[in-house]
Design a protein around this ligand. Sequence first.
Ligand code: MLT
Length: 409
Amino acid sequence: MALINENYQKLQAGYLFPEIGRRVEQFISSNPDKKVIKMGIGDVTRPLVPSVINAFHEGVEEMAKSESFRGYGPEQGYSFLREIIAGNDYQNRGIDISADDIFISDGSKCDTGNIQEIFSSDSKIAICDPVYPVYADTTVMSGKTGSCQPNGYYDGIIYMPCTRENGFIPELPEERPDLIFLCYPNNPTGTVATRDELKKWVDYAEKNRCIILYDAAYEAFITEENIPHSIYEIEGAKKLAIEFRSFSKTAGFTGTRCAFAVVPGELTAYDKSGNSVSVKSLWNRRQSTKFNGVSYPVQKAASAVYSEEGKKEVAEVINYYLGNAKIMKESLTASGYEVYGGVNAPYIWVRTKDDMKSWEFFDKLLNEANVVGTPGSGFGPSGEGYFRFSAFAGRQNTVEAMERIKNLR
Ligand code: MLT
């Protein structure tokens, strides 16, 4: 008899974004004449920039000729891409990360979920609330939790509420975790962590022998000075943090798929006898066994993001989305909403009016304004009464959506 992984049965609803997609599809099929504007999942709408497309084409052409054809690539990623990342994202900013510490993958969603399997299933995980749902769901799937309580919290997870009262910045946990997920710029609230804030976490992790799983997928959207772009800007972080980055939002790769995890050589965890073990060697073993790498043309396309032209083109696209965020922030504020984020992140975090529940606001917006966003409660219990708008729509749609929301009764 084949037994299932019963941890899956502890999961509450379906994964957030497909659930939203299902409701929207249902609405569209019953209302085919309505023009629905989607600002739910953070999916990009601008095409890949010319430098990236040219490199992508070149990569495909190389695959068409026997002299340049490539079969399996290195599971860790091609060294041309790992080196260009290490140089541009780290060494040029004075951070000592080498190409060998970088593992190319097909997405940070996969990396932040998969990373859990190299740690003990007894590990205690700390997550913010609200949070990108992948961290909590994959913690449940991997058997590190009990069941979900009526308040929406899983037994066994250490939750760190992020509310307007604490400026959406979590307190250090009272109970000691083994692994701490942090995401900055934050999805969903759009907040950032200052250097002092990050230092606080690095010091805490050092003192308590924790590992920080640092999701920096939205790093390219930081506009303010002195906000760290990488956790490794904080001294000592290389010994205790894994960083996740992605080309998805930075360079429009949501449909193309390329990301990377940084696992420094000095990062160690422990076996049951207290011996230290290299986390990088475990991740390398995991990836070599279960992953065959990202396709060559895609890695070639990703490397073009770092060319002189590529950097300029990508920056223009990011500014376009940040321009949307500005329009949204101003318009929603003028419409009487309490609005957060949108300055260093492509997400706007809005408090609903009159304490309306998040899903109730979702339905109202969909039915009356034909605009889709993401209910805050889908990111965790402390997201109840909030709503997230993504700034990745086209400009015209952004303006039109804001106009429709302004006219909501
Ligand atoms: C989001 O909307 O939170 C993200 O697009 C989801 C993701 O990156 O997987």
